[in-house]
Every structure is written in structure tokens, then in C-alpha cells.
Write a protein of this length. Structure first.
Ligand SMILES: *Cc1c(COP(=O)(O)O)cnc(C)c1O
Length: 273
């Protein structure tokens, strides 16, 4: 379990692993430097500040209430003025207004329906900049995960680019299956996301370099980068294993899909050690 002082060290180690993985990338992939999103869900504000002091700027959260509270925390506001928040959890349309109370919201990675895109577009009030969004794809087609199917992805990207002037289409995101054994070859979920990007770019005439891929977490971020990830979401390797005893999800979020996914990740972590 990482203590506060260990956050900086863990962060440096993850950053150097990212750098090494980037050099192993096939040269036919867009040469985008991967962004590290430090996933701080369930972790205290003190750890976020610690990571910020070590130059980390992008942080990810997947509970709306927790993100809004952390983003408005007085210490975060005064000590982390340039923080950039990514929302990475399952989002219900009726939570959009709440989510948009987040201070310094930078990107919503989990748009998976026209309804949600429409709500975000309608409620985003900052005129000086658009809200960056990614489309989440359920590449592993598991019921426990949210996201559109590969087939619906193109339609949703088209909807965002043509009907949502306040949103900026930033890329595609997947969680993917957790138990892929790399000795069996590349993770097929990541390959599906790449294929999907190729199709989207071709059908909608979007340059491939402008479409990011968010894939890779603590267990597989190096592989994800080698095969083309431009945005990795790393939590426990930086902040230590999560314990859920002290987390009280709001009752209306209890049944949400992301929690199930997250519990599964937590279970996996436990069984891995
Ligand atoms: C929690 C979470 C992560 C980070 O998981 P780790 O295995 O702790 O790195 C990444 N992506 C999503 C969507 C998450 O919910």
C-alpha cells in the first residue's frame, strides 16, 4: 500500500515505464506521446496533491459525487490550480448537470449514447472551450461493462462531430477484458479499438493522428502503449490498492455498471497478490 511519500516514487516509475513502452511501438502507428491519467478514485486529496507536486496534471475519477467534491476541495483549488480531471466512470444522463459542476473538467471518456452526448452538449456552458469527449466501446461485449458496440461507434462519433457543437470528439476508450494472457498474443480488445478507429477515420474522413485511444490500466498499460494507446488510466500502481470499506457510493449509483467493473478489478487485484 503506497503511503503519501511513495506516490512520487511510484509515479516516476510509471512514467519511465511509459517512456520505454513508447519506444517499442510499431512505427506505422501515430506517434503520439501517451498521456498518463492518474486514477485517484477512493484515494484522499492529500495523495492527489502529492502527485501534483510531482508534476502530474491529469487525474481520473469514476464516481460523479466524488469527482465533484474533490474538484471543489479548497486544498485542491489552491494547491492544484492547473489540474485536469478526466471522468472515466459510467455516466447516466440524469447525472450530467452534477458532473458539469466539476471544476477543471478536462475530458469525459465514457460517452456511450446519443442521449448522453446531447445532455453534455446542452449543459456545457463554457464558451471559450469545448468539452473533450471520448466514445466508450464495449470491445469485450460483456454485459457488466458499458459502451457502444463497434458497429454503433461510427454513428455515435458522427453524431458528436455533427450535432454537438459544444463537444470535441477526442477519441475512443475501452476497458477491455481483465484476464487476457499476453503469452497468447496481443489483447484482442485493444486490437478491436484500433480497428474501430481506422473505420471511424475512413468513414468520416478524420485524420487518424487526431483520434486518441484510451486503453491500458495498471495491469496492462505497457502492452497497451506498445500497440498504440495514447491515454493510459493507471490507479493502483501509483496510489496503492483500493479498499472499499470506506467508500459509500450514493444509493443511486450502487447499481451502476462501473461499480461492478471496479469491484471486479478489486477482486482481481486481491486474487493476484
Ligand atoms: C479504476 C479504473 C482504472 C484504474 O485501474 P487500476 O487497475 O487501479 O490501474 C482505469 N480505468 C477505469 C475505467 C477504472 O474504473
Amino acid at each position: 500500500m503506497a503511503t503519501e511519500n511513495e506516490v512520487g516514487k511510484a509515479l516516476r516509475s510509471v512514467l519511465s515505464r511509459i517512456e520505454v513502452s513508447s519506444t517499442k511501438r510499431s512505427t506505422d502507428l501515430p506517434n503520439l506521446i501517451p498521456r498518463l491519467v492518474a486514477v485517484s478514485k477512493t484515494k484522499p486529496v492529500s495523495m492527489i496533491q502529492e502527485a501534483y507536486q510531482h508534476s502530474q496534471r491529469y487525474f481520473g475519477e469514476n464516481y460523479v459525487q466524488e469527482l465533484v467534491e474533490k474538484s471543489q476541495n479548497v486544498e485542491i483549488e489552491s494547491n492544484c490550480p492547473d489540474i485536469k480531471w478526466h471522468y472515466i466512470g459510467h455516466l447516466q444522463s440524469n447525472k450530467v448537470k452534477k458532473l458539469l459542476e466539476t471544476r477543471n473538467l478536462f475530458m469525459v471518456e465514457t460517452v456511450d449514447s446519443e442521449k448522453l452526448a446531447r445532455e453534455l452538449n446542452k449543459n456545457w456552458k463554457e464558451e471559450s472551450k469545448k468539452l473533450k469527449v471520448m466514445i466508450q466501446i464495449n470491445t469485450s461485449e460483456e454485459d457488466s461493462k458499458s459502451g457502444v458496440t463497434n458497429e454503433n461507434c461510427i454513428n455515435l462519433v458522427e453524431f458528436v462531430t455533427k450535432q454537438c457543437p459544444n463537444l470535441e470528439f477526442a477519441g475512443l476508450m475501452t476497458i477491455g477484458s481483465f484476464n487476457h494472457d499476453l503469452s497468447q498474443g496481443p489483447n484482442p480488445d485493444f486490437q478491436k479499438l484500433l480497428k474501430c478507429r481506422a473505420e471511424v477515420c475512413e468513414k468520416l474522413s478524420i485524420p487518424i493522428d487526431s483520434v486518441e485511444l484510451s486503453m491500458g490500466m495498471s495491469g496492462d498499460f505497457e502492452h497497451a502503449i506498445e500497440v498504440g494507446s495514447t491515454n493510459v488510466r493507471v490507479g493502483s500502481t501509483i496510489f496503492g490498492a483500493r479498499t472499499y470499506s470506506n467508500v459509500k457510493p450514493k444509493s443511486d449509483e450502487k447499481s451502476s455498471k462501473d461499480e461492478g467493473v471496479d469491484k471486479k478489478m478489486a477482486d482481481k487485484k486481491v486474487s493476484d497478490t
